[in-house]
Design a protein around this ligand. Structure first.
Ligand code: TRP
Length: 343
């Protein structure tokens, strides 16, 4: 069966963009058709200035929201990255295969590096090596497919390069994965700035709908979305990005298509009203389930404990193989007494 791996980074509250762009596809499609792992990749949250208590809170919340969005631990593996040592173990070995030039060419690194420097902060070394850890996340599990947004494609390309290079140098060890774009996904843009993605890491803004926003808050944010000059509702991504974003959100929430939805709306006001209500309805079951899960923290902990155990068992053999292949001396274990005696 196809193996799928993806991760969410606990650097901010999860948004409607995360849900419509990724999580919904994981829950509705991927967990049924594949052997899938979904990880809260908390080690990745430490690459820029962070608050330890907040990171811990966001990790728990992200795990809870993955389950609230419909991931079923009987169908897929949900776990927290730092609970499984194999990620860090493999990352080091891959650092011995990657080059510094390759790392410095990563677009996301260049952007974040510039941002950190502009704020007068040092750049953590882990920000540079981040894509290698991400490669380890993927390669440790022999994932065939990695569903990610456009901004992560370059990192998956790098993962492929590292896998191929390692296999050529040290013998076949890794499955070479590919990035996939979710079929039903919407690319949700910021409601106040429809040319940039609705990301979770930005400071809380009126243009971002969070999965746990109350209905009233969702309504207010959508009603205040920036629209374009003009009055007619037309679907034109380039010329009318604000209206196009609302149409795409509405389409994603109602299983419709943006062009025909444009035709049935006479004004921006009615489009916003329908979009707000559609978003509220889509988020309602997620919010309800999240509330139930929060009332039963023992359940979430048990899912994560079991998930980490399953993940560890899947990753361990591959990482062991990589250690042997690259020339590390296998440790002598008690399970091999005959071998010891023979020496
Ligand atoms: N880098 C991804 C992001 O910022 C998160 C991530 C980490 C990831 N490891 C991964 C995604 C492995 C897919 C597979 O969104």
């Amino acid at each position: 069966m196809t193996r799928v791996f993806s991760g969410v980074k606990p650097t901010g509250h999860l948004t409607l963009g995360n849900y419509l762009g990724a999580m919904r596809q994981w829950a509705e499609v991927d967990q049924y058709r594949s052997d899938a792992l979904f990880s809260v990749v908390d080690l990745h949250a430490l690459t820029v200035d962070h608050d330890p208590a907040r990171t811990r809170r966001l990790s728990r919340q992200a795990a809870t929201l993955l389950l609230a969005s419909g991931l079923d631990p009987r169908l897929c593996t949900v776990f927290v990255q730092s609970h499984v040592d194999e990620h860090a173990r493999l990352s080091y070995v891959l650092e011995c295969v990657a080059t510094d030039g390759e790392m410095r060419r990563m677009i996301q690194y260049r952007e974040k590096e510039a941002r950190e420097r502009a704020r007068g902060r040092g750049v953590r070394l882990s920000l540079l090596t981040y894509p290698v850890l991400m490669a380890a996340d993927i390669l440790a599990y022999g994932a065939d497919e990695v569903p990610v947004g456009d901004d992560q494609k370059q990192h998956v390309e790098l993962t492929r390069d590292l896998a191929v290079r390692f296999n050529q140098r040290y013998g076949h060890t890794f499955v070479v994965p590919r990035a996939t774009a979710p079929k039903v996904a919407a690319r949700v843009m910021n409601l106040q700035d429809p040319t940039s993605k609705m990301g979770k890491s930005e400071d809380s803004g009126p243009g971002i709908v969070y999965l746990l926003d109350e209905p009233d808050v969702v309504r207010r944010k959508v009603m205040r979305a920036v629209t374009d000059s003009g009055h007619e509702v037309v679907y034109d991504r380039e010329g009318r990005p604000g209206v196009a974003n609302l149409l795409e959100i509405l389409a994603a929430c109602t299983d419709g298509n943006p062009e025909s939805l444009a035709a049935v709306h006479q004004s921006y006001g009615s489009l916003k009203k329908d979009t707000a209500e559609a978003v509220i309805e889509v988020l309602r079951p997620v919010r309800d389930r999240h509330r139930e899960l929060c009332a039963d923290p023992g359940y979430v902990e048990e899912v994560l404990r079991h998930g980490a155990e399953k993940a560890r068992a899947m990753a361990r053999p591959t990482v062991d193989t990589a250690y042997r292949a690259i020339g590390l001396l296998p440790p002598v274990t008690e399970a091999e007494p005959a071998l010891n005696a023979a020496r």
